[in-house]
Design a protein around this ligand. Structure first.
Ligand code: A99
Length: 289
């Protein structure tokens, strides 16, 4: 029965909050994944720092860390950690502004500091960094740019390693006849590199947080029933919009509220367990009719 199915799933660390989700999952045509923190570890580190001649490394890192100290983003955590490791003092930032999926800005020691995705900083000419940025993005790293008082100051590169199980989970989904997709706010080249490493079928990159729901709807129109796997930080509406919302990891309260399925412990192989239990349970019910 469905009860037996949800019970067996629970033993595997897969909690079905709605028993209907057990039935729907069997028929999922697409499994879409959030990138950061779901397919990747979600705890990025700073790997490269490309500096304009008019600035010094410590000056720029210190100013940027002061602004990022006010952001909750994993990129912000990576930058603050790098400044701390470099032994830089953390200055106060005022006039702080965060633009979801784009970047942050603020005033530090009288200077106006802007940091974020290059495509959202069209008012500053970063063409001197263009080639280096393209090369690093093609390695699957995330480049962000820094402007100080409106001048291009640096490109900072962040790397977020892929989780060890992600590739096998994608391959197993393909074997089960399911299409895979990745949804990310990251730039297209970085997202496409990571998707290629994972063997993912469809990549939706440069998606603003507010547009994730529309992306899920489009996947449904194109392919059918959509399961969405996310960590719930920033993507509770996408979890709610998907036919089956699957929250991984130490999900936030918002994620748990919005999800149909919770994978305890954050192991993505839970997606395969959930699908296997769903298919086996419904097969069993059909046989016993
Ligand atoms: C996850 N500093 C510099 N650049 C930034 C910043 C910043 N503070 N914010 C955005 N950008 P987004 P995603 P997600 O723990 O997982 C906590 O849409 C730029 O699709 O999984 C968490 N979390 O170029 O946020 C930067 O990877 O949200 C999140 O690549 O990225 C970045 O994220 O939905 C978000 O904007 C791009 C907030 O950012 C897109 C809090 C990471």
């Amino acid at each position: 029965s469905i009860m037996v199915g949800t019970g067996r799933a629970a033993q595997l660390g897969v909690l079905f909050r709605r028993s209907e989700a057990l039935q729907q999952l069997r028929d999922a045509r697409v499994v879409a994944f959030d990138k950061t923190g779901t397919l990747t570890q979600g705890t990025p580190t700073l790997t490269d720092f490309i500096l304009d001649d008019d600035f010094t490394h410590d000056e720029v890192l210190g100013l940027v860390a002061a602004v990022e100290a006010r952001s909750e983003h994993p990129i912000a955590h990576a930058i603050v950690a790098a400044a701390s490791e470099a032994g830089l003092p953390l200055d106060e930032a005022t006039e702080f502004l965060a633009s979801a999926g784009k970047g942050v800005s603020g005033r530090v020691k009288g200077r106006w500091v802007e940091v974020g995705a290059m495509r959202h900083m069209g008012h500053v000419d970063f063409s001197d960094f263009g080639e280096a940025i393209a090369t690093l993005a093609a390695q699957g790293k995330t480049p962000i740019v820094v402007a100080i008082d409106g001048k291009p100051a640096a490109a900072i590169v962040i790397a977020d390693p892929i989780k060890p199980t992600s590739r096998a989970v994608i391959a197993a989904l393909h074997e089960k006849g399911v299409l895979t997709a990745m949804i990310s706010g990251d730039n297209r080249r970085t997202a496409e590199t990571i998707a290629a490493e994972l063997g993912i079928d469809r990549v939706e990159a440069e998606v603003l947080p507010a547009d994730k729901v529309a992306t899920i709807k489009a996947l449904r129109e194109a392919h059918g029933i959509v399961a969405y796997v996310g960590d719930g930080i920033n993507d509770a509406p996408a979890l709610a919009e998907a036919d089956i919302g699957i929250a991984v990891g130490n999900g936030t309260d918002a994620a748990i509220e919005s999800a149909d399925v919770i994978l305890l412990g954050g192991d993505l192989r839970g997606v395969l367990n959930a699908l296997a239990v769903s298919r086996a349970t419904l097969r069993n019910i059909a046989e016993n009719l």
